[in-house]
Write a protein that binds this ligand. Structure first.
Ligand SMILES: Cc1ncc(COP(=O)(O)O)c(C=O)c1O
Length: 399
């Protein structure tokens, strides 16, 4: 495999083309081969009994899994990486690698909703107490919430529906002082636009399903950890044995090759659309981390190296449900659906009122999350213009 130390001085895009492969070891072929397997043959009894070989058994690692793990460790600047069959699987793995019965955990009120279900369901069953905190909490504010039995602080920055950007280094510093682990769901920014570990985070999570995959046909999670947190994480990973298939690892590696170009392109288009949407009369607010009115924008300016293609618009009050349905259902370029990071643009209604518990969500109108894909900007804009026309149509009496 390419020695990652040898490529650290290169530009980001170049590094993405080199990680996780070595043409010389691949008989000249550019992409690494696919290794699928359970049994590994050992030539000596000592190797079989004492795990002396490079590989031991399929669940303990294969060259295909290792290629992606090595690539991700390099890109995140971590000590090590483990993979999961989905982003949510990664979140579960990380939480289980840290908590024990009787612990208290702090979770951002902006988290991806199924993270909340995991905490309120399985973790509660094991008597782990979850407390949700305002994502805009200050470092001093989070310190007040830390208890003697607090095991971890979970951050998602920006929150993937409500877009608040968190004071990641501030929270991480306080956590470290109290011996509390920090976990960051970094899916929105990816390590190209935000480096969690160099901002003090112990464990970062990436739903590879989104930007890494890039084509809405991959389910994958990547977890990177610093030296202190990696052994427990690796141990839990091996005990649970929930790993992705070899094809998915290679698909993710392919997804990395053009990731930088794809992100820069969706960044460009999303920013143009976000600024244009700000001027639309139907819209109250555009929550895009790179725009001033987004809560926590100053942390984005301070800490991030770019923005991606997902942001949320808050509509003014007063539109009927019927018009809102017409707005969403009749678009031709934007489609309705969950997830993001693929080439197709999506509109997803979001309703934070229904799940926020630490910090009430005060906006009463509809809210919609946009995922900007690979389509032409003019087509996307025209599709939204027509959508707004339908939203504002005078309601017709039902016959
Ligand atoms: C921020 C965030 N984290 C994690 C996930 C989970 O990823 P997956 O769909 O691969 O389980 C999602 C999915 O939408 C997400 O938006």
């Amino acid at each position: 495999m390419t020695n990652t130390k040898d490529i650290s001085h290169l530009g980001k895009a170049t590094q993405l083309t080199l990680v996780g492969r070595n043409t010389d070891e691949q008989h000249g072929f550019i992409n690494p081969p696919l290794y699928k397997g359970s049994t590994v043959i050992h030539k000596t009894l000592d190797s079989l009994e004492n795990n002396r070989g490079k590989y031991f058994y399929g669940t303990a690692g294969t060259p295909s899994i290792e290629s992606l793990e090595t690539a991700w460790t390099h890109l995140t600047g971590a000590a090590g990486t483990v993979l999961s069959p989905s982003g949510l699987g990664s979140i579960a793995l990380v939480l289980l690698s840290i908590v024990k019965t009787g612990d208290h955990i702090l979770i951002s009120d902006s988290v991806y909703q199924p993270t909340r279900n995991l905490c309120n369901g399985i973790l509660k069953k094991f008597k782990v107490t979850t407390e949700y905190y305002n994502p805009l909490v200050t470092a001093a504010g989070i310190e007040k919430l830390i208890r003697p039995n607090t095991a971890l602080i979970f951050l998602e920055s920006p929150g993937s529906q409500t877009m608040e950007v968190q004071d990641v280094p501030g929270i991480a510093e306080v956590a470290k002082k109290h011996g509390v682990k920090t976990i960051l769901d970094n899916t929105w920014a990816t390590p190209l636009f935000f480096k969690g570990h160099s901002h003090g985070i112990d464990i970062t999570i990436e739903a590879g399903t989104k930007y890494v995959g890039g084509h809405s046909d991959l389910l994958l999670g990547l977890v990177s950890a610093n030296a202190e947190s990696f052994p427990a994480l690796r141990n839990t990973y091996e005990s649970l044995s929930m790993l992705p298939g070899a094809e998915d690892c290679l698909a993710a590696l392919k997804g990395l090759r053009y990731l930088h170009l794809r992100l820069r392109e969706v960044e460009r288009k999303a920013l143009i659309l976000a600024k244009w949407l700000r001027s639309r009369p139907e819209i109250l607010k555009v929550l895009h981390p790179a725009l001033e009115e987004c809560p926590g924008h100053r942390f984005w300016v301070r800490d991030f190296e770019g923005s991606t293609g997902v942001f949320t618009i808050l509509l003014r009050e007063g539109f009927s449900r019927r018009n809102f349905e017409a707005m969403l259902e009749k678009t031709t370029i934007f489609k309705m659906g969950y997830s993001w990071g693929g080439y197709e643009s999506l509109l997803t209604p979001v309703n934070p009122v229904s799940f926020r518990t630490a910090q009430a969500w005060n906006h009463v109108g509809y809210a919609v999350r946009l995922q900007v894909g690979a389509e032409d900007l003019d087509d996307l804009k025209r599709d939204l213009e027509l959508a707004f026309e339908r939203l504002s149509e005078p309601s017709k009496p039902r016959l």
